[in-house]
Design a protein. Structure first.
Length: 394
């Protein structure tokens, strides 16, 4: 038997697992006490056995930060987060955290060591980058607390660097016109026009199939995304449930995509193929996924020709939201279109636009409310005299 559970009290359960043979040839076992229900102990036993199977188990007393990060990434992040998140966290752990702090035993890691690392890292990296490292490290140490490796998360006692927000670049209505004129003739014009007209992310656009486009009801279903990892394009499910959504189209976008589908159908016919609902909306001539890197490079060239500075493809999403806000669209509608988790999150991102709309809002309010009336000036003299007498009293 590789592992077992024994009840040691009313709400205490002892886990025992066989961890292999020691240098003396005798079997080694790991004992651990779990407080709570038997189901909690069973869950912990499953986690320990999974760590053994993956080769990331280390006896808690000698557990280093590097051991913990590998165990957390393979045992928790891999099963609870997207592949893109896993790869991002792995890169941070392997490039930054493990080389600098990984050799420390977990029981010896303290806030002073972490704070000193942040200070040194900020000499070469931006505060935003180091702050992201702090988030990853803190999440891993929270996991260590839950597993009983630590009594408290030392990151809670550390002051991470404050990330400096990047200025958001949104295009005005005239700049959108300039951009689309510059994009005319480009193979990527359809995806650029759809991006600024719908607010969809690049990965969402590149993952669309024709079955996701309903011209009649003027709607787009977001069901999957396309990311490029290590040179290979892969389709995945949207990161959150809010990202999986139905987005309404403008009549102009619906008409454009209808005409674009007819053009693609003619192209496929020339190639001896028939367009189907399973075909990608935006693809190369052979029907294969567009390369996200190639799209970004072409977009940079289009922006340069249009005379627009520092605009990224993702800024088309911001432009969509800002134009919607300026046209009086309700924040909840915009939040749902963008696939945000909450209206508050949307308003936090675009708060600067809302602040700039205050004068317009006051002008609209001015049209609704009646003019104020000075009561004292309109009443008879007796009322005025009475008021004067009251004011004269000490």
């Amino acid at each position: 038997m590789r592992g077992s559970i024994r009840q040691r009290g009313k709400k205490n359960w002892q886990i025992q697992i066989y961890t292999g043979l020691g240098p003396d040839g005798k079997p080694r076992r790991h004992f651990e006490t779990v407080k709570g229900r038997k189901g909690d102990a069973q869950k912990r036993l499953t986690e320990l056995l999974a760590s053994l199977d993956k080769g990331v188990y280390t006896p808690p007393g000698r557990l280093t930060l590097a051991d913990l990060l590998n165990q957390w990434l393979q045992g928790y992040v891999k099963t609870n987060c997207s592949i893109r998140t896993l790869e991002s966290y792995q890169a941070i752990a392997e490039v930054h955290l493990i080389p600098s702090l990984g050799h420390h035993q977990l029981k010896h890691l303290n806030q002073q060591m972490i704070q000193a690392y942040y200070g040194k890292a900020c000499e070469k990296l931006s505060s935003r980058t180091v702050h992201h490292q702090h988030r990853v490290l803190s999440q891993a140490l929270k996991y260590a607390v839950r597993q009983g490796y630590l009594g408290r998360n030392p990151c809670e006692l550390v002051d991470p660097p404050s990330p400096k927000g990047k200025p958001m670049r949104t295009l005005t209505q005239s700049e959108v016109q300039d951009l689309l004129i510059s994009a005319q003739g480009s193979y990527y014009y359809p995806v650029i026009y759809t991006a600024v007209s719908s607010g969809l992310r690049q990965a969402e656009l590149l993952g669309l199939e024709w079955r996701d486009i309903d011209i009649a009801s003027r709607s787009i279903s977001v069901n999957r995304v396309l990311y490029k990892r290590r040179g290979i394009c892969q389709f995945n499910e949207p990161k959150t449930e809010h990202s999986r959504r139905l987005v309404s189209m403008t009549s102009k976008l619906a008409e454009f995509l209808g005409e674009y589908r007819l053009e693609r159908a003619r192209l496929y016919h020339q190639l001896g193929k028939t367009i189907t609902l399973d075909d990608l909306v935006f693809s190369n001539v052979e029907g294969k996924p567009l390369n996200p890197s190639s799209l970004s490079r072409e977009f940079a060239r289009i922006v340069k020709r249009a005379g627009l500075k520092h605009s990224r493809f993702h800024d088309l999403r911001h432009t969509f939201a800002s134009l919607m806000l300026l046209r009086g669209a309700k924040p909840k509608v915009i939040s749902e279109a963008l696939g945000h988790a909450s209206v508050a999150f949307t308003m936090d991102i675009y708060s600067h636009i809302i602040e700039g709309m205050q004068s317009e809002a006051m002008a609209l309010l001015d049209e609704v409310l009646p003019a104020g009336v000075n009561v004292a000036g309109k009443n008879n003299g007796n009322l005025t005299a009475t008021a004067d007498i009251k004011l004269a009293k000490p």
